[in-house]
Ligand binder design. Sequence first.
Ligand SMILES: [Mn+2]
Length: 226
Amino acid sequence: MNTFVIPDVHGCSKTLKMLFNKISPSKDDIIYFLGDYIDKGKDSAGVIDFIIEMQDNAYQIFALRGNHEQNLLYAYHNYNQKMFKSFVGKMNKSINLLDENGNLKEKYLNFVANLPYFIELDDFWLVHAGFNIYVHNVFDDFNGMLEIRNMEYDEIILKGKTIIHGHQVTYLDKIEELIENKSKIIALDNGCVYNQPHRKYDYTKLGNLLCLNLNNFELTIQKNID
Ligand SMILES: [Mn+2]
C-alpha cells in the first residue's frame, strides 16, 4: 500500500492525468490532495471532475481545502451574480465551473463546500499552507491553514510529525533538498502552472506537478503538459 500526496493542481487536468498514469495507483493505495484544484490553469472543472470520477471508481482519494476553494465559496455566498461571474471567469479563468447562467454548478459547489482543512496521519500533517504555531488554538486557525507562508515548527504542538504542505511555490531543487533532509516541513508545490517566463519566478525550476510517496519518500515529477 502506498500513500501519495499531490499538491496544487490549479486547473492542469492533463498534467494531473499524466501524473496518475506515472504513479499508477491501485485501489489499495491512498491519495491525498493538498487543495487548490482550481484557477490559474485552463481546466478547473476537469480537475475536480477527474477527482470525483476516481472516487466514484473506488480509488481512495482524499481532497483537502485550498485558499482558492475557500475564495470561491466566499464569492459564491457574498458577491452578486455579475461580480461572481467576473471573479470566477475573468479573474480566475475558471469559467467552466459555471453553468450558462453564470451560476456555480452544484457538483462543484458540493465538492468545495465539503473539503476538510487538514488531515492528521500517524507521522504526518497534511494541510494546504501550514499551521500558525503562534495562535492560541492552532487547529482552529483555518485562515492560517489556508494562507500562512514561511511557517515555523513546534515539536510539542505538532507532536513531532512532519508537515506536508502546498500553497507556497517552491523551486524543485529546494523541494528535493527538503525531502532528502527529511525536513519537518516539506513544501510540495512546484508551481505547475508556471511553465512560462515569469516576472517573479525562475520558471526553469518550476512547472511540474509533483507526487510524494510518504512510505518511501519517493518523488514523482510530471512536467506541465496542459
Ligand atoms: Mn494556495
